[in-house]
Design a protein around this ligand. Structure first.
Ligand SMILES: [Zn+2]
Length: 157
């Protein structure tokens, strides 16, 4: 009986938190560049990496394997469109893609343009800084990114 109670209790604590306690359910998470109701693209506003974008699933889901095949493919289509738009607009040395969700367990992908002179290159943006000074974004970047994402993914409904 005690074993059964323990099992019930551990299952109860593994439930998803209510959406109201989740930062990415409660807030956009950055300046919205594109949103089709299923997912959104935000410009994070990272001082060291001004082109840093996140692709955020609008629904509260924790893992890629929790999505249907169609939703998983659509989410990655958005990630790759952001990658493509950032390559076209900024010509970075490399795009970094990452998904962790340990702190905020709500599906989101980091899409980060990297440059040889950025504050962390060639290490990850979460490592110690190795030099000063971010590379500023070109004039009109936000407008261009919105336009390009609309071209690649369809306009906001
Ligand atoms: Zn959430």
């Amino acid at each position: 009986m005690a074993g059964k109670d323990q099992d019930m209790s551990s299952r109860a604590t593994s439930h998803e938190p209510p959406a109201t306690s989740c930062a990415l359910c409660a807030q956009p998470g950055g300046e919205v560049m594109w949103d089709d109701g299923f997912a959104r693209v935000v410009l994070v506003g990272d001082a060291d990496h001004p082109g840093f974008c996140r692709v955020i699933l609008n629904a509260h889901e924790k893992e890629m394997s929790g999505l249907s095949d169609a939703h998983r493919l659509r989410l990655m289509e958005v990630v790759f469109a952001v990658e493509r738009a950032l390559r076209e607009l900024l010509a970075p040395e490399k795009i970094n893609l990452a998904s962790f969700g340990n702190v905020v367990p709500h599906l989101h992908w980091h899409v980060i343009p990297r440059f040889p002179d950025d504050p962390h290159f060639p290490n990850s943006v979460w490592s110690a800084r190795v030099r000063e000074g971010p590379r500023p974004l070109p004039a009109g970047f936000n407008r261009s990114l919105r336009q390009r994402l609309g071209d690649l993914l369809g306009p906001r409904p």
